[in-house]
Design a protein around this ligand. Structure first.
Ligand code: PEP
Ligand code: MG
Length: 539
């Protein structure tokens, strides 16, 4: 038995045969051409063909994994419109009189090297995308097919790295798990794996060799291990563990419709976090009591223009109606930092996480904010809608927001447009907000603590930087003290308090939070029943 270790992207255990996907070397060679114009036309035709393929992949991904994950193919399409990239290729063809395959490969490698050298983890990950798109262009130029999976039974994919397009092109019913030698937990492939609910390891210390093809293996997403040709004892133990995990999942379903109440009678609301409108289906299936965080910025990402009021209204209305009266807390636009949309034309910043983001954009570019508020208020006539504002640091900001909200409501009333009662709250995700929460609580009806950013700003640790993972400790006493202080100050003024950051799903803290008097936990739909179970065993 051989044991390798990687970074687990999704917990769970998979047992099956390895299917090795080796990097296929392309067969092209550098050639001198005589007709540069003709070669540029050949390249442009390949580009058109690649755009067509990406359109098809986008549609496929949209059906299989939803809009948020399908967006990567739009990003690839955008790269095929990037003038620097295109001119880089065409200039190389003309000045060096070389074939398109060579020009595309070399230009792609240059761009990838540039992305890799950037400090920003998100931009680093784009290196894989530019290589992916360059490989696609070369495949089209050579008339080759996309690499694919031809397995008769479900298998564990073992690859050097997988591009999002390779992942999406595979038949998911044939995949038990993914293991890659490279890749980061923030990559789009990792995100896709998570949304497909497939156990996965990235950055694994394994050799990608044909010798492993067809060999029995176990992927243990709980410990981040890959066992190749496991011995009987390990196999039996892991089979048992797998059965236990499945059994636990089945048992949890019995909790659907049950209350979130401790043995000694303390109740807490369990709400779900969501990003895309399609996610509402998962929220309904999870039996969440409401939506505690609707990350509305997803409506603004992966597109070229601002979503108009009507489009936003339809999205919010659909979510509010489908939740049939259960609370839907829409967080206003939290763009900036790692969530970027070119059409906002935001200037590059030295410290984006400490920069122009979220409410700071909304208060300075009010036309964007007002459009969103109008859409949310209109949707409030179709369900129970609350609004919360991200990245707040002062009372002054809330007063300004409330003036804008009043203005928007007056405008709608004057236009004869109906809207409902809307509860207003803020996110507590800066140490400043937690420290002045006594004053902030007088201004709003609820607080929702964003522990992802609260940890980042309290500990001065960039949440995107994987190198700092060992230091990123959201159990740090400073973070827990700020949470407790926020709950106490909120309650003194009659504001309810919840947590919507990742820490809400950490069941080692559930009892602590309930003891602190927390009113709500908002988590990804997969954690709702697990937490309900935890709560019902407290006290
Ligand atoms: C948070 O910061 O904890 C939060 C929920 O917001 P986001 O993760 O979207 O920044
Ligand atoms: Mg946040």
């Amino acid at each position: 038995m051989e044991t390798c270790y990687g970074k687990s992207v999704l917990q769970g255990i998979a047992i099956g045969k390895l299917y090795v996907i080796e990097k296929k070397e392309s067969s092209w060679t550098k050639m001198t051409i005589a007709d540069a114009d003709g070669e540029v036309v050949r390249f442009q035709n390949a580009r058109e063909e690649a755009i067509g393929q990406l359109d098809e992949l986008y549609q496929e991904a949209l059906e299989q994994v939803g809009e948020e994950n399908a967006m990567i193919f739009d990003v690839h399409k955008m790269m095929l419109d990037d003038l620097d990239y295109l001119e880089g290729i065409e200039n190389r063809i003309r000045t060096e009189m070389v074939n398109s395959e060579y020009a595309v490969t070399v230009t792609g490698e240059e761009f990838a090297a540039m992305f890799s050298s950037m400090d920003d983890e998100y931009m680093k990950a784009r290196a894989a995308d530019v290589l992916d798109i360059s490989a696609r262009l070369v495949r089209v130029l050579e008339g080759r097919e996309e690499p694919s999976l031809h397995a008769r039974e479900p298998v564990i994919i073992l690859a050097d790295d997988l591009s999002p397009s390779e992942t999406i092109a595979m038949d998911k019913s044939k995949i038990l798990a993914f293991v890659t030698k490279h890749g980061s937990a923030n990559s789009h492939t990792a995100i896709l794996a998570r949304s497909l609910n497939i156990p996965s390891l990235v950055n694994t210390d394994v050799e990608i060799t044909r010798d492993y093809h067809g060999k029995e293996a176990i992927v243990d997403g709980v410990t981040g291990s890959l066992f190749i040709e496991p011995d009987e004892e390990t196999l039996e133990a892991k089979k048992k563990e797998q059965e236990e995990i499945r059994g636990r999942e089945e048992k949890l379903k019995l909790l659907i419709g049950q209350e979130n109440i401790t043995k000694d009678g303390r109740r807490i609301n369990l709400y779900a976090n969501m990003g895309n409108v399609e996610d509402v289906q998962k929220v309904l299936e999870s039996d969440a009591g409401g939506i505690g965080l609707f990350r509305s910025e997803f409506l603004y990402l992966g597109r070229d223009t601002f979503p108009e009021e009507e489009e936003q209204f339809q999205a919010y209305k659909e979510v509010a109606s489908r939740m049939e009266g259960k609370k839907v807390i829409i967080r206003t636009l939290d763009i900036g930092a790692d969530k970027k949309a070119d059409y906002f034309q935001l200037d590059p910043e030295e410290n984006p996480a400490l920069g122009y983001r979220a409410i700071r954009i909304c208060l300075t570019r009010q036309e964007i904010f007002r459009t969103q508020l109008r859409a949310i208020y209109r949707a409030s006539a179709f369900g129970t809608v609350s609004i919360m504002f991200p990245m707040i640091i002062s009372v002054k900001e809330i007063r300004e927001i409330k003036e804008i909200v009043e203005d928007v409501k007056k405008e709608l009333t004057d236009e004869g447009i109906a809207f409902g009662e809307v509860e207003l709250g803020i996110m507590i995700e800066t140490p400043a907000a937690a420290l002045v929460s006594a004053e902030l609580a007088k201004e709003v009806e609820f607080f929702s603590i964003g522990t992802n950013d609260l940890t980042q700003y309290t500990l001065a640790i960039d949440r995107q930087n994987q190198k700092l993972d060992p230091f990123y400790d959201s159990h740090h006493p400073a973070v827990l003290k700020l949470i407790e202080m926020t709950i106490q100050n909120g309650h003194k003024e009659g504001a309810w308090v919840g947590i919507c950051g990742e820490l809400a799903a950490d069941d080692t803290l559930t009892e602590t939070f309930i003891d602190m008097g927390l009113d709500e936990l908002s988590v990804s739909p997969t954690y709702i029943l697990k937490l309900r179970d935890r709560i019902r065993n407290i006290g």
